[in-house]
Design a protein around this ligand. Sequence first.
Ligand code: BES
Ligand code: MN
Ligand code: ZN
Length: 497
Amino acid sequence: MKFTIKHGDLEKQAKAALIVGIFEKNQLTNTALRLDKASKGYITKLIKQGEILGKIGQSLLLRHLPGSVSEHILLVGCGKKQPMDPKDYRKIVANSIKAIQNTSATQAICFLGEMEVAGHDLSWNVKQTVEVSSDALYRFDEFKSEKAPKSPLKDITIAIADKKSVNACEKALAQGIAIAESVSFTKNIENQPSNICNPTYLADQAKKLAKAYKTITTKVLEEKEMQKLGMGALLAVTKGSAQAAKLICLEYKGTSKKQAPVALVGKGITFDTGGISLKPADGMVGMKYDMCGAASVLGTLRAIAELKLPIHVVGILAAAENMPGGNASKPEDIVTTLSGQTVEIMNTDAEGRLVLCDALTYSERYKPEVVIDIATLTGAVVIALGAHASGLLSNNDGLAKDLLDAGTESFDRAWQLPLWDEYQDQLKSPFADMSNVGGRSAGTITAACFLSRFAKKFKWAHLDVAGTAAMMGGNDRFATGRPVPMLTQYLINRSKK
Ligand code: BES
Ligand code: MN
Ligand code: ZN
């Protein structure tokens, strides 16, 4: 899809489908007003007849509106005339694009940008229009014999009424496109089944990125090297699998200045059976998505490389498959981590923290200023926050605030949970320095407590994306590409400082 912004007299562009907002109580947006005038009150008549009331979620497709050259005009309900809630703006854009996609229109001109959204400016509308449209149009039918018919829609133009905003909107457009494309890229990796997407596949994706962007380099550590280094925790997870684990390291250098990097560490369990602590069959569905943290690191690096941000970022993907087997780790096994601390593996299904703790310690080599790990780590975070917010835990309040703000700005939100010392006690083991589980209560927090013991040397934040990175239940299973928008926004904001 091609996205552009344009200022000027756009209603007269023949062929293009127009997406135009109307409010409740017969109130029209500026564009709707102009069309109403040209059609001698046709739109007001429709509203009076009750064909459309202007409520959020409603729309009405008009063909050949009198006085207009456009073949298609989509009237879109925008609710009461007042600053709109961000979630409603996203909803009307998604619905509109889906409706236009089902017509024969090849170009759409979207006038919804003129909507006032609470807490945000026009640039935000532009950026979100791109991201939401791209999301609404996303398909993954690689494995379908019959592909979805290609929509004739090729071009979405966002109308900008105010000429003074064009420059800022141009910038927002570029960011929106980079994020939208990188989210699709991320989803494409995430949606692969685990018989294709294994640790080697993830390493290949990293190498492909390094080939596509000369600002990115990559290096892959094999099991032998990990053994030599002493990554006993990561290797304990892969022992039952026929697939070779990989520690995939990427480096993005967008500046020649020496700068302590931000390290993004992703959980890359390409399938999580639970291991010897085997998951029940129903609980195993969705576990191909247990590599979403790792995929989001790839996607974020892609986005910042597209945007050529002048920063230094490292990506580390801890990639392994968690399987049972004659050689697999067992409950009560004790391993020594790269940090030297020992762990009693009380539950082999708490494998994410085992691969991440060694990856966190490994990240010290890059002398990072900030480390953020991203992981589908706990079922508990799905119970606590559902699909709307990622769990955020951090040893630094400034970093936590920056991430929360980036989440609000990108509408890819997180909610902070406490990382108080009191919770650390739940990780006691009678035999090793710690257990890898802390019992049923506060499962998301004790998982983060475990990781915090390997993150003492830097500012660190943990994003538990088990509820947000993918929808895993029922027949409607799909990846979301989150938290690529939040992380990219965080890095955009950081590059401005
Ligand atoms: N990958 C799972 C977490 C998960 C659950 C992600 C549901 C997405 C949806 C993780 O490895 C896991 O199994 N966690 C256990 C930890 C427990 C054994 C302490 C869990 O949450 O049950
Ligand atoms: Mn698990
Ligand atoms: Zn897992």
